[in-house]
Design a protein around this ligand. Structure first.
Ligand SMILES: NC(=O)c1ccc[n+]([C@@H]2O[C@H](COP(=O)([O-])OP(=O)(O)OC[C@H]3O[C@@H](n4cnc5c(N)ncnc54)[C@H](OP(=O)(O)O)[C@@H]3O)[C@@H](O)[C@H]2O)c1
Length: 247
């Protein structure tokens, strides 16, 4: 997949991995559209990203997604890359009586259902292009769940599964499906889960560009590669390694 001269929509592009990815793609001569819920944050991001287009849009709102798709159809009908990056995590431990299912429902909705919906709605646009791609941002925890982020891990495992089937379903079309699986990354998102020890978002963005160029569809950035190798040998060992548990 070429990484220049594309028109790319990045959900959640005003911070972290999305922002670094927008920067990297702009530097390679792509048209880039970023979304986010907070207009001010998008404005601040745009100040660092000359030429970027911004659209205020919440992936978890059906109305907002319909408006976004309409804007893409009219203003950017040449869109050929969708990067499903927006997502969040709620840190909690499984404790009886805490009604964590209420948060779980929202988390699954944003991280999984919203990705399925936006992808489905944009497939007709992507299908019109000679070469297109969908990039789903999942996580190392799709392979080995984290103790303090149970639903988040499950949402990324669901998206991992969906990405495989999407790839299979689109195998005879012009649309390639990539899955970006970062380990811990130092962003606002990860501040509450030890993110300061994570890798820089720029490392993730560069890995995505290089992998797309080489048509590497499962992108195991940094420590994700180690967990993946361990998983093939022993899922329990991978789970323990992920959570610092000694057998
Ligand atoms: N950081 C990590 O350690 C890590 C590791 C593996 C995978 N990931 C994944 O990487 C992706 C990006 O994470 P990040 O660390 O870069 O997060 P981040 O620094 O918190 O940035 C998240 C971006 O998404 C936007 N956003 C959040 N909820 C949104 C919504 N409902 N609709 C539209 N935009 C929304 C935010 O802007 P607004 O708040 O203004 O909407 C912001 O631009 C996520 O899918 C995350 O699960 C992160």
């Amino acid at each position: 997949m070429k990484t220049s001269n594309n028109t790319i929509l990045i959900t959640g592009g005003s911070a972290g991995i999305g922002l670094a990815t927008a920067k990297a793609f702009l530097a390679k001569g792509n048209e880039v559209i970023i979304t986010g819920r907070d207009a001010k944050r998008l404005e601040q991001a745009a100040a660092q990203l000359p030429g970027v287009h911004t659209i205020v849009s919440d992936v978890s709102s059906e109305t907002a997604v319909d408006e976004l798709v309409q804007t893409i159809r009219t203003k950017f009908p040449q869109l050929n890359v969708l990067i499903n990056n927006a997502g969040y995590a709620v840190a909690y431990t499984i404790t009886p009586g805490q009604e964590t299912w209420k948060e779980a429902e929202k988390e699954m909705y944003t991280n999984y259902v919203s990705v399925v919906r936006l992808t489905e709605k944009l497939l007709p646009v992507l299908q019109q292009q000679a070469a297109a791609a969908v990039v789903n941002v999942t996580s190392i925890v799709a392979y080995a769940p984290g103790l303090h982020i149970p639903t988040y891990s499950a949402s990324k495992a669901a998206l991992n599964s969906y990405s495989k089937i999407l790839r299979l379903s689109l195998k005879d079309t012009s649309i390639k499906v990539f899955e970006l699986m970062p380990p811990l990354v130092n962003t606002d998102f990860s501040a509450g889960i030890g993110g300061a020890n994570g890798i820089a978002p720029e490392v993730v963005a560069n890995d995505l560009l290089n992998s797309m160029e080489q048509d590497v569809y499962n992108i195991h950035t940094g420590k994700t590669a180690d967990i993946y190798e361990l998983l093939k040998v022993s899922p329990t060992a991978a789970l323990n390694a992920m959570n610092g548990v000694t057998a």
